[in-house]
Design a protein around this ligand. Structure first.
Ligand code: SAM
Length: 179
């Protein structure tokens, strides 16, 4: 019988997600809205990281042009986003209820990870394309070691872990699980 990974959480053990190479923050904020909506009984936290302090600063601010809001479901816009006024006219801001559960960090994926704890989900989308095979092998090895058993790694559509690891199993293209 399959267990729902979202049920593997309680007040003492928040559901933990890492958005590695989060760029300007759309990914961790989208995940945060989903978790806030779907994980009604549990706590969650997201680590969002990038190598660029410029994009990290933008991510932390959580302020986006209003035209980007068309991709967010209306229900989530109402619950988790605030319309900008005065100097912020034409922008929307992600609400504190989402931002407060996300830690933004500088992390270079080519180096040994700092102590991050364990995660149920890791998003590593569209960044391995910049790395050579040896770097990918080391990176995925480190990620496998911080994924919980039964956890999932998400990669980009143009990426693969073929001949990179035997510690993770492909469940469908772009999604890998740790046994
Ligand atoms: C194409 S964006 C992908 C953003 C996001 N994951 C997505 O799929 O929409 C690539 C990101 O990887 C970051 N990056 C590049 N090299 C990196 C490294 N060595 N460590 C951490 N992040 C890196 C860049 O700063 C950029 O924000």
């Amino acid at each position: 019988m399959k267990t729902n990974i979202l049920n593997q959480t309680d007040v003492d053990n928040p559901f933990r997600v890492w958005s590695a190479a989060c760029s300007s923050g759309e990914e961790p904020y989208s995940i945060g809205m989903l978790l806030s909506d779907k994980l009604k009984s549990g706590k969650w936290e997201i680590v969002a990281s990038d190598i660029s302090s410029r994009v990290l600063d933008k991510s932390k601010e959580g302020l986006y042009p209003i035209d980007k809001s068309s991709k967010i479901p209306d229900e989530y816009l109402k619950k988790y986003c605030l319309k900008g006024v005065k100097s912020k006219e034409g922008y929307f801001k992600i609400s504190d209820s989402i931002r407060d559960n996300i830690q933004f960090k500088y992390i270079n994926l080519n180096e040994p990870f700092p102590n991050l704890g364990k995660f149920s989900l890791v998003f590593l989308r569209n960044v391995m394309i910049y790395f050579d095979r040896e770097t990918r092998i080391k990176l995925i090895d480190q990620i496998a070691s911080i994924l919980n058993s039964g956890g999932y790694l998400f990669i980009g559509h143009s990426e693969t872990l073929l001949e990179i690891t035997n510690k993770l199993v492909m469940v469908r293209p772009t999604i890998y699980s740790k046994k």
